[in-house]
Design a protein around this ligand. Structure first.
Ligand code: AMP
Ligand code: MG
Length: 407
């Protein structure tokens, strides 16, 4: 049995990164940058006003107050988007300026319009202006020549905006893996089909497809394979022919009809892992066929989800070139007793709340590996280490924040 940490490290070391492609800016959202992005320009590209108001020489306003305003002669007006040479400010003058407009020569501060009163060709200033007040300086956001984003960064909204600021209409990102998802089991019946007594509705194919879609990758659903060597061989072969990652559920335990391992070996998959020291999710087959990756996930609905979150998701991210592969794990105060057998690492469906600024956590109820409803209420996974046999109310436990991005 492989330990959880060894298993993940081995998987990550064996999964290669895919090639690159160029996509339009908006399609780069939730994709991974395939190269560093440096700026050739300063942003802002000129000193500009952070407020609507008047550009002034700060020295002129030292003694301004509500009772004794300083009166300055208004030379002109500058709108955003217009660059005009001169006139320069001289002592005793001001220029009316809009937010984002170029700071005129001679000015070293801006007084907001709220602290002024307009007169006939003049303005009264009711507060002193300090040097640099309300000026946004050239390059204060991004300076020319600096790296703004890095290879392996995920593109979210801020990155999309930065790329737009730098005038990148097309972005080089890593390709997404082609993923095939296959359910197995003679008892499994698909959504929409009539179900007889003793049969089980296929939920895993749908949880897995939605987990993959949640990574901005659309997988192909390969259907349900029956528990026979021939049935599995046919479906798996077509999966390996066209996909980078093949994921199955069920058929990896020790049942008489669990044939997955035999068939994938026959198809040339080198099995690297067969069981992992965890609960749920112990039977988990990981193998490699050339640069293709195989995951044989357990059939129980929660085991499948937990195995996906702990192993498949980081491997997909690695293949897509992501620099950050792990969900954040934080300390939380446990609010109930949890018993476990020493030996395996337990992944327990939890719900955290924040009380007095600290994470507190409870379980979501029954933890059987078939109880999907307690997964639905979970916003975190409580991780209990291999060697312990219980955790008590008030204990500090580690909690994985499954709804947060990788860090
Ligand atoms: P297995 O490992 O194939 O013996 O499956 C373990 C348990 O998971 C059995 O109770 C199966 O009926 C159930 N199971 C397997 N595949 C699915 C699926 N696609 N959807 C829901 N339950 C499943
Ligand atoms: Mg089965």
């Amino acid at each position: 049995m492989t330990s959880v940490d060894d298993a993940l490290n081995l998987m990550l070391s064996l999964a290669g990164t895919l090639g690159e492609e160029k996509v339009p800016l908006l399609e780069a959202y939730d994709r991974i940058l395939a190269g560093d992005i440096a700026s050739e320009i300063d942003i802002p590209s000129f000193n500009n006003s952070a407020m609507d108001g008047y550009a002034v020489m700060s020295g002129d306003t030292l003694n301004a107050s509500g009772d004794r305003p300083v009166e300055l002669r208004v030379l002109s007006e500058i709108q955003a988007g217009i660059y005009r040479e001169g006139p320069e400010l001289v002592s005793g003058t001001a220029i009316c300026i809009m937010t984002g407009a170029v700071i005129p020569g001679g000015a070293d501060g801006v007084i907001p319009v709220e602290d002024t009163k307009e007169g006939e060709g003049t303005v009264k200033i009711f507060k002193p202006v300090k040097k640099d007040d309300n000026i946004r300086f050239i390059g204060e956001d991004i300076s020319a020549g600096s790296d703004v984003l890095h290879k392996g960064d995920i593109v979210k909204s801020s990155e999309t905006g930065l790329l737009a600021s730098l005038n990148h209409g097309e972005i080089s990102v890593y390709k997404r893996p082609r993923i095939g998802i296959l359910s197995t089991g003679d008892e499994i019946v698909d959504v929409g089909e009539a179900m007889a007594r003793g049969q089980v509705r296929n939920s895993n194919a749908y949880t897995l497809q939605s987990l993959v879609r949640g990574m901005n990758v659309v997988p192909e659903y390969l259907g349900i394979a029956e528990d026979t060597i021939d049935g599995l061989r046919q479906k798996l072969k077509s999966g390996f022919d066209t996909k980078d990652i093949v994921i199955t559920t069920g058929g990896v335990s020790l049942g008489k009809y669990d044939f997955i391992k035999d068939v994938i070996q026959e198809l040339g998959v080198d099995i690297k892992i067969e069981t992992i020291s965890m609960k749920p999710g112990k039977p988990l087959v990981f193998g490699i066929k050339g640069d293709k990756v195989f995951f044989g996930l357990p059939g129980n609905p929660v085991s499948t989800m937990v195995a996906f979150m702990q192993f498949v998701r980081p491997v997909i991210l690695k293949m897509m070139g992501a620099a950050k592969l792990r969900k954040p794990v934080v300390k939380a105060i446990l609010m109930e007793k949890i018993k476990k057998k020493p030996g395996r690492r337990h992944f327990i469906r939890g719900r955290f709340i924040i009380k007095d600024g600290r994470f507190h956590v409870t379980t979501t109820g029954p933890q059987g590996s078939g109880i999907l409803s307690s997964m639905s209420g979970a916003n975190c996974i409580i991780i209990l280490p291999e060697d312990i046999e219980k955790a008590l109310p008030g204990d500090e436990v580690m909690v994985q924040l499954i709804q947060h991005g990788e860090v």
